[in-house]
Design a protein around this ligand. Sequence first.
Ligand SMILES: NC(=O)c1ccc[n+]([C@@H]2O[C@H](COP(=O)([O-])OP(=O)(O)OC[C@H]3O[C@@H](n4cnc5c(N)ncnc54)[C@H](OP(=O)(O)O)[C@@H]3O)[C@@H](O)[C@H]2O)c1
Length: 251
Amino acid sequence: MTKIAIITGGSRGLGKDMALAVARKGLDVIITYNTQPEAANEVVAEIESLGQKAAALPINLLKISGIDAFVAALSETLASKYEGRKPDYLVNNAGMGGNIFMSTATEEQFDEFLNVHFKGVYFLTQKLLPLMNDGGGIINISTGTTRFVNPGYSLYASMKGAIEVLTRYIAKEYGIRGIRANVVAPGPIETDFNNAAIRSNPALKERLASLTPLGRVGNADDVGGVVAFLCTDDAKWVNGQRIEVSGGINI
Ligand SMILES: NC(=O)c1ccc[n+]([C@@H]2O[C@H](COP(=O)([O-])OP(=O)(O)OC[C@H]3O[C@@H](n4cnc5c(N)ncnc54)[C@H](OP(=O)(O)O)[C@@H]3O)[C@@H](O)[C@H]2O)c1
């Protein structure tokens, strides 16, 4: 039976590439979007042109109270469009960046990063796991900045660090169901992320490239294939791991 992957934040950037890469492996896909339904629908059309089923559902992880409505909409979509099949993989990718120094961070900003990058991931995963098939996996998208320090990223990287710990707990608590949990930690990638910080700042881009043995910053298509690999049985013995996909920055 064709497996299903759910990819949050699949409307653009890394999530879009993950969705397409997973579809190329022969999985059906459900992506989520927040503000860009048109972009999400284009991704759906692209996946369908690859011969796989696809759908896009809205979720705003800033609002934890919206998770139940998302789960209900997902169940309805699985019943109506995916023959009632259960999802096999969940990729927690949606997120935003921000350069916020600790000296200026507000409690409101703290709560935004907490909700999108940790609390939302925690409760979305908790609520989806009972609906998922055994034998699949959770992939949590973290960041290189949990390993090395990028001043201004204290809120962002702290929450990402939390999901790295959570990932190992998922691996331990759900291993009994054959569910694997892994982290993929991208280095700097040129997307819309953090107000397109890399794309709009050539000096920053050059500096980050100079820190990277492969001599450039990443592109969205540097990451999707790694996530797609984790969504296959080729990765059936990879569990509880953090895979950094960063061209070796700051080694
Ligand atoms: N780019 C990098 O340098 C980099 C490096 C390391 C890790 N990452 C991580 O990789 C992931 C994807 O980043 P990206 O570069 O692809 O960013 P991006 O191009 O800005 O795309 C962000 C995605 O997340 C969704 N999203 C944003 N805020 C959301 C919210 N409050 N609730 C639900 N969905 C939301 C967006 O949906 P809409 O488009 O519909 O609004 C979009 O699909 C993030 O977790 C990020 O932390 C990125």
